[in-house]
Design a protein around this ligand. Structure first.
Ligand code: NAD
Length: 484
């Protein structure tokens, strides 16, 4: 059987990459090849940038409300195709179908927020800044922007940026992860139906060569990147060298704290989804479980029981609680970390290494895995594993919690479960991560608040979505005016 060959979307048309290098796309639940993706090159990038550049001036001169109307139509079209997008997403990424639906919903919420452009893009003005002189600033789009995105959210992440770039009058290029190119392809079929002017929105598939082509191109004004910390640092440095705007979101190692006064039964469902949702492959996944003092005994017992009860399988099956991890190499990496945790002396309470799903013997399944007696200096407590592996530590008080959280290499998100407002306040005040949950396991800001971390989890200053992203995609032009 010939597998579908993924195409680029440039200047309103589906075209083949000029590269002959390709990769395979796999269904992680079945271990079957499902498509072939081109590993594009700088020629592909140049075509897309030229199309986006040619489209810019007319799109920029289109009234903001008219630009927003394209997004209203797109929202309706996404609603109509909601379930289909979610199913493609689960098929190539592995997450359970309900999570895929949640991802599509978050994608649409960014479109909804971006339609507020006529309020969000306005500038400000002051008369008489000196005798007979007035001053005003208005926000102008800059040209061609691009997004480079990761495999764990094949649909949503590009849409943390794209709607805002378009609605402010820029033109755009998306570079999906080569591991999961099919979801964005499905999404762009819908984009095509909505009928944006040619060249306004484009997609180029590939890996490093496409990324470098975007970074090197003088007509790209800015890059939004989401992925692992080493790549995020590379993107940030290269954008500095080539003078591009950049927002570069990296990896995570999130600590979830349970204070002794927390209601454990109430917390348990959100703890389980925090650690095992998306098979631990979220930048907001819990990775370190930190029950404080003697509450560890109750948390350990209930957490292990709930983890054991999870049904593992193909995410398209509605009864499944956790799907496979994203790829065969990634499964090996996770198993390597489990072995390392044992070597480092942590106690393996729940071992997911031999997880088998009878109907899918070739799927990349790793079962829920829980280590106890983990020390902060162990690699399983410092490195981003990005799988369903939990490192349990036992701080004795809030000071030790804050020390643990702030000494990790990353500072993306952190959560605390407590009934004390004073404890929660101290935690919010002192912990470094930028996204904080209080009695919430996955502190995922919605589209109208900024998404992004601190330290090695984020490089730049304006984060994903939220109000500030309208600034990332515009330049404030200040006019100082005097008339005689
Ligand atoms: P990744 O860094 O391997 O890849 C991300 C993108 O960069 C892909 O499009 C890929 O093609 C490209 N890329 C990879 N290596 C490159 C290189 N050497 N040079 C140029 N381009 C390169 O990340 P991933 O494995 O796809 O995604 C998982 C990572 O993303 C995890 O670390 C996770 O924490 C992070 N993530 C972070 C957030 C956040 O909001 N901070 C959200 C989602 C995922």
């Amino acid at each position: 059987m010939t597998l579908p060959l993924i195409k680029n979307f440039v200047n309103g048309e589906w075209i083949d990459s000029t590269s002959t290098t390709t990769g395979d796309v796999w269904n992680p639940a079945t271990g079957e090849k499902i498509a072939t993706v081109p590993y594009g090159n700088s020629e592909d990038v140049n075509k897309a940038v030229q199309a986006a550049k040619d489209a810019f001036w007319e799109w920029r001169a289109t009234p903001p409300l008219t630009r927003a109307r394209y997004l209203f139509r797109l929202k309706d079209a996404f609603e109509e195709n909601f379930e289909e997008i979610a199913r493609v997403l689960t098929t190539e990424q592995g997450k359970v179908i309900d999570e895929a639906r949640g991802e599509v919903r978050r994608m649409i919420e960014n479109i909804e927020h971006a339609t507020g452009v006529t309020t969000m893009m306005t500038g400000y003005t002051l008369e008489d800044i000196a005798k007979d002189i007035d001053c005003y600033g208005h926000r102008q789009p800059l040209g061609v922007f691009a997004a480079i995105v990761p495999y764990n959210f094949p649909g949503m992440v590009a849409w943390w940026f794209l709607p805002y770039a378009l609605v402010t009058g820029n033109t755009y290029i998306v570079k999906p992860s080569e591991q999961v190119p099919m979801t964005q392809t499905k999404i762009f079929e819908i984009v095509e139906e909505v009928g944006f002017p040619e060249g306004v929105v484009n997609m180029v598939h590939g890996s490093r060569d496409v990324v470098n082509g975007l970074l090197d191109h003088p007509d790209i004004k800015g890059i939004s990147f989401v992925g692992s910390t080493p790549t995020a640092k590379y993107i940030y440095q290269r954008c500095g060298e080539t003078g591009k705007r950049v927002q570069s979101l990296g990896g995570a190692k999130n600590v979830v704290t349970i204070m002794p006064d927390a209601d454990i039964d109430q917390a348990m469902p959100s703890l389980i989804t925090s650690f095992f949702g998306c098979a631990g492959q979220r930048c907001l996944s819990g990775s370190i479980l930190a029950p404080v003092g003697s509450v560890i005994d109750e948390v350990r017992e209930k957490f292990i029981a709930a983890a054991k009860a999870m049904k593992i399988g193909n995410g398209l099956d509605e009864s499944v609680a956790m799907g496979p991890v994203g790829s065969a190499p990634h499964k090996e990496k996770i198993l390597g970390y489990i072995n390392k945790g044992i070597e480092e002396g942590a106690e393996l309470l729940l071992d997911g290494r031999d997880c088998k799903v009878d109907e899918y013997p070739n799927g990349y399944f790793v079962g829920p895995t829980v280590f106890d007696k983990v020390k902060p200096e162990m690699s399983i407590c410092s490195d981003e594993i990005f799988g369903p592996v939990v490192s349990m530590v036992n701080p004795q008080n809030l000071d030790e919690v804050v020390e643990l959280v702030n000494s990790r290499n990353y500072a993306n998100a952190s959560c605390i479960y407590t009934q004390s407002g004073a404890v929660a306040r101290e935690f919010k005040y002192k912990a470094h991560p930028s996204m904080i949950g209080v009695n919430i396991g996955i502190a995922a800001p919605m589209s109208f608040f900024p998404f992004g971390g601190y330290g090695n989890s984020f490089f730049g200053d304006i984060k994903g979505h939220g109000r500030e992203v309208f600034q990332f995609f515009t330049d404030m032009k200040v006019v100082i005016e005097r008339w005689f």
